[in-house]
Design a binder for this molecule. Structure first.
Ligand code: UDP
Length: 490
């Protein structure tokens, strides 16, 4: 253990959604494990989702704690505990939670001053923290749990605007500047690239603050997308440490995997586990669209039929509240039917994803291509059926399908957040069944499976002593320590 005066004092400030919070908490825990004194600033309801892990690390002797700031739920007329984007039940609530997060700036800046950290690790969606760090004379590390591939793709699309030279929203264009030939359509791009609004302003500020940061801390690893890591460094011209996959590194035991990112304990003898235990190795498809996606009812019906037609066993995380609120009983009836046939299992609302992916019965995942779900699947050696929905997920699909060749695309066409997908953008049951068979059929997927296993091996090595992510984290900690020692103001 470091002596107090030499110990690095690092503040982590995660954004309030699981895709941002989970990897940053994992990273904070790694910093503490390798000698830093760590404070994670968050709100009460969010702290509850990871406090068990922090308490357990603290009890093992690591210097890690959570500092809570109150979220203005009552002031904004939000339901009690709605402090995370995943809690939103309507676009109006999303807007309020976004606004609530922006109201935290004042109290958080006061905490920065009180805690006198040596370094800030903050989410890309807090661009103002660059100024906070500058006032304190300390480095700000820009934290981004997204692929280097997606960063490079957006960089070159914004720079060269190939999407402005096509005749229609569905005509393909290729992205200049990338080492692979990658094609996209206008429909698949994020809205903020195409139109100017409040969100595009925030992203522009985030990009600008990224360039003014001390460096980027990335949840990726060299063996996965080294070409794009190098391209990222050379195009942005800033330092970058790739230290992923942090989920696998920070959560090694079953206990950690089961409680990761969720306050309720999933009993180790739960029904879903018994069901999975009864299945043959690599025979079950795990279906999850992450923490934020909301699907229109008509799409849910197509998924159910598609899975049934495929004949493949599946375990599907679905949102009970959305269905009940909209007066639908289809999924409940489908659940009963699947229970009788033993073909499918529905987990309502939230699943212990790390544990499920690691289960030997799982042979594939249907994923919305959220970066964390991708890394978690890669770590588990699970190939993917790619079904991107919004944000940078369509780029991630290209990385999986065209570059890494560990994904089978379902054929998603349109980048849409929350709001219902148009009829044209819906994926039909036959297409779903076809992609499932391609992914889960042993003959069809031999090569994909081999590559997924290879990458899983690389993902394990990279976080072991001497591996590239391990070395990256050690180099970063050494650099931060020497900055502290020499008392250089940034
Ligand atoms: N997650 C989970 N259980 C669920 C849904 C999501 O544990 O039922 C976790 C998942 O393991 C991942 C995060 O929530 O760590 C979702 O992040 P991702 O980047 O995949 O997608 P997002 O939710 O941001 O769209």
């Amino acid at each position: 253990m470091e002596t107090e005066s030499h110990q690095l004092n690092v503040i982590f400030l995660p954004y309030l959604s699981p895709g941002h919070l989970n990897p940053m908490v994992d990273t904070a825990r790694l910093f503490a494990r390798y000698g830093a004194s760590v404070t994670i600033i968050t709100t009460h309801a969010n702290a509850l989702t990871f406090q068990n892990a922090i308490d357990s690390d603290f009890n093992s002797g690591y210097h890690i704690r959570t500092q809570v700031v109150p979220f203005p739920t009552a002031q904004l007329g939000l339901p009690d505990g709605a402090e995370n984007l995943k809690d939103a039940t309507s676009p109006d609530i999303i807007g309020k939670i976004f606004y609530g997060v922006s109201m935290l700036q004042g109290p958080i800046e006061l905490l920065f001053q009180d805690l006198q950290p040596d370094c800030l690790v903050t989410d890309l969606l807090y661009p103002w923290t660059v100024e906070s760090a500058a006032k304190l004379g300390i480095p700000r590390l820009h934290f981004y749990s997204a692929s280097h591939f997606a960063s490079c793709a957006t960089h070159f699309i914004r720079k060269h605007k190939p999407h402005e030279r096509v005749a229609s929203a569905t005509q393909k264009f290729s992205i200049p500047g990338l080492p692979h030939h990658i094609e996209m359509t206008n429909l698949q791009l994020e809205q903020w690239i195409k139109t100017k609004d409040e969100f595009s302003d925030l992203i522009n500020e985030a990009n600008e603050s990224e360039l003014r940061s001390y460096g980027t801390l990335s949840n990726s690893f060299h063996e996965l997308e080294g070409d794009y890591e190098n391209l990222y460094k050379s195009t942005k011209g800033i330092k970058c440490w790739s230290i992923g996959p942090v989920s696998a590194w920070a959560n090694k035991g079953n206990e950690e995997k089961v409680t990761r990112g969720h306050k309720e304990d999933f009993a180790q003898d739960s029904e879903w586990l018994h069901w999975l235990n009864s299945k043959q190795n690599e025979s079950v498809l795990y279906v999850s669209f992450g923490s934020l996606t909301r699907l229109p009812h008509a799409q849910i019906v197509e998924i159910a039929h598609g899975l049934e037609i495929s004949g493949c066993s599946f375990i599907w995380v679905a949102r009970e509240k959305d269905e009940i609120d909209n007066g639908h009983v289809f999924l409940q009836e489908f659940e009963e039917k699947m229970k009788r046939s033993k073909k499918g299992f529905i987990i309502w609302n939230w699943a212990p994803q790390l544990l499920i992916l690691d289960h030997p019965a799982i042979g594939g995942i249907v994923t919305h291509c959220g970066w964390n779900s991708i890394l978690e699947s890669v770590s588990a050696g699970v190939p993917m059926m790619t079904w991107p929905m919004f944000a940078e997920q369509f780029y991630n699909e290209k990385l999986l399908v065209d570059v890494l060749k560990i994904g089978v695309p379902v054929g998603a066409k349109e980048n849409k957040f929350w709001t219902s997908l148009g009829e044209d953008a819906m994926v039909g049951r036959e297409e779903i069944a076809k992609a499932v068979v391609q992914l889960m059929g042993k003959e069809e997927s031999t090569e994909i499976r081999r590559r997924a296993r290879e990458l899983a091996g690389a993902s394990k090595k990279t976080i072991e002593e001497g591996g590239s992510s391990y070395n990256s984290l050690m180099q970063l900690l050494d650099e931060l320590k020497s900055l502290k020692k020499t008392n250089i103001k940034i």
